[in-house]
Design a protein around this ligand. Structure first.
Ligand code: XMP
Length: 511
């Protein structure tokens, strides 16, 4: 990323880490999460205007505790340590960290002292604590800057050195004025100007794509989703006719999806978009495969092969564009967070690729930022607000092995669900809504006949960025109508259930 200003967030494994990055970007400064083990040399190269040490589950006393070189505190770069990050600062600066016999968890009344970090914040408010270890003695030259009833050193800092530690979490909404603290860190301590805006992003990525591609040719895999649409439009803006877009029908699309995509992008947006019918290739490779990660790997690898073959018919193709976004990168195991799923567009790539390079212009963006870029690029609302659809398509919405017959059944049920949600005017209020063909079959009765058929699950969630999600509270009469229509109109489905699980602990997709 070519932004001038960057706040580096060093990841010590806390669950709120991406939230910190999001909040900072919302405040107008580009921010990135990097592993705590990022070297001093790399930090100097990144040249951040400020660094945040996140919280984490460790204790500074553990022999394998996650640490950083003490030199980082002497780079002259402002630092904010949060929870574990604060204890680490105290520990590195020869203060004293102690372990309490009980875990402090929840809201506490806090009293702040005067400091640039707390500028404009009422001296008394509420903060959110979640810790066992605490700073018992501050290091030399540091000052106590906030206290709660049970935590004498709730915040401390060396104002001249611009290093602060907070025992509580400013990034969670339960901390009153938490955003203001982060804003103060960025603007009053690190002296940012705030140059992170989607307009700048469009300009800098177009320039970057131009310089990478030069006079080369580019191939873009479109899925019809917002990510690949925005990625393609950015690249189109940079290289014009040297971009060819291709839509692969892998046989795992929803009902009428390919036709709709062709009409929006080729006919409506005038892109050079070609449709490849690869249904047989994918389905034969997927026969008998039930494991979700194996499905993703097969699909990811086959995608690349299809593009390579298509590339040969085009003559030389130098670059491939993919719509990978930041949560895909993080969830595939970047940083300290555990790998949750093997996303087909990151982890599943085959080792040998016959392209010079893969271009992923949205790799640093969260979903809502991608939408902002979409609007910035002038894409129509129907494209920008389209619900996300995963690259592996219906393959990860059929639990167990995939057959043409199951795909047919799922497509019909999913189409009914989608049309009813749209008729009820709920489509813009729900992040994603789709049907899942579970592997479960159950007994039913239809007319006088006993049936033994599939159970279909409906999944609908509200979310801001797919990192966390709540199940959508669809009104019962709407659910009732959907269920009635599905069992009456779709063969082989005799039971419909509604998934009422949040993410976490569940994921949005079932596989
Ligand atoms: P989960 O299921 O992990 O999904 O909560 C988060 C978001 O990512 C989408 N998703 C995928 N997108 N390739 C994709 O391009 C994948 O393999 C994949 N798996 C999940 C999912 O639809 C949701 O929007």
């Amino acid at each position: 990323m070519d932004n001038n200003e960057i706040i580096l967030v060093l990841d010590f494994g806390g669950q709120y880490n991406q939230l910190i990055v999001r909040r900072i970007r919302d405040l107008g400064v580009y921010s990135e999460l990097r592993p705590y083990s990022t070297t001093i040399e790399d930090i100097k190269k990144i040249n951040p205007i400020g660094i945040i040490f996140t919280g984490g589950p460790n204790s500074v006393f553990e022999s394998d505790s996650l640490s950083v070189s003490r030199d980082i505190l002497n780079l002259g770069i402002p630092i904010l340590g949060i929870c574990y990050g604060a204890q680490l600062i105290a520990h590195l600066e020869n203060g004293k960290v102690a372990t309490s016999s009980t875990r402090e968890y929840g809201g506490s009344k806090i009293v702040y002292s005067n400091a640039p970090l707390f500028d404009g914040i009422p001296s008394e408010s509420t903060c959110w604590m979640s810790h066992t270890d605490f700073v018992a003695e501050i290091p030399k030259n540091y000052t106590v800057l906030a206290s709660t009833k049970t935590c004498r050193i709730a915040a401390f800092g060396d104002i001249d050195k611009k290093i602060y530690g907070l025992q509580f979490h400013p990034e969670v909404i339960h901390t009153e004025n938490g955003d203001k603290i982060l804003e103060n860190f960025i603007y009053k301590v690190a002296n940012a100007h705030g140059d992170w805006a989607m307009k700048n992003f469009v300009e800098s990525s177009v320039a970057k794509i131009k310089s990478i591609v030069g006079m080369g040719t580019v191939l873009c895999a479109m899925s019809g989703g917002i990510d690949s649409a925005v990625a393609a439009t950015l690249v189109h803006k940079a290289v014009g006719d040297r971009l060819t877009c291709v839509l692969v029908d892998h046989g795992l699309m929803r009902k009428n999806e390919c036709a709709e995509i062709m009409s929006v992008f080729r006919d409506g947006l005038d892109m050079n978009l070609k449709l490849i019918d690869a249904r047989d290739r994918f389905l034969s490779k997927l026969t008998g495969v039930s494991d979700p990660d194996a499905k993703r790997k097969i699909i990811g690898a086959e995608f690349i092969r299809v593009f390579e073959d298509f590339g040969k018919t085009l003559g030389n193709v130098d670059f491939l564009v993919q719509g990978t976004i930041y949560p895909d990168v993080v969830e595939s195991g970047f940083g300290k967070s555990a790998a949750i799923k093997l996303h087909h567009n990151v982890g599943g790539l085959p080792a040998v690729i016959n392209f010079k390079e893969i271009i992923e212009p949205l790799r640093d963006l969260f979903k809502d930022e991608v939408r902002k870029v979409g609007f910035e690029l002038g894409l129509p609302k129907s494209v920008v607000m389209r619900q996300p659809f995963p690259g592996p398509g219906l393959a990860i919405r059929i639990i167990g092995d995939i057959t043409e017959d199951k795909l047919e059944i799922l497509r019909e049920a999913d189409a009914i669900f989608r049309s009813e949600i749209s008729d009820a005017d709920l489509d813009s209020k729900i992040w994603q809504y789709f049907a899942v063909l579970t592997g479960v079959r159950s007994i039913g009765v239809m007319g006088d006949m006993r049936t033994y058929d599939y159970m279909l699950a409906l999944r609908a969630v509200v979310s801001l960025d797919a990192m966390s999600a709540d199940w959508a509270k669809i009104p019962w009469p709407v659910l009732e109508k959907i269920s009635n229509r599905i069992v009456n109109e779709c063969r082989n489905i005799n039971r419909v259930v509604y998934d009422i699980t949040t993410k976490p602990p569940a994921t949005i997709e079932w596989e």
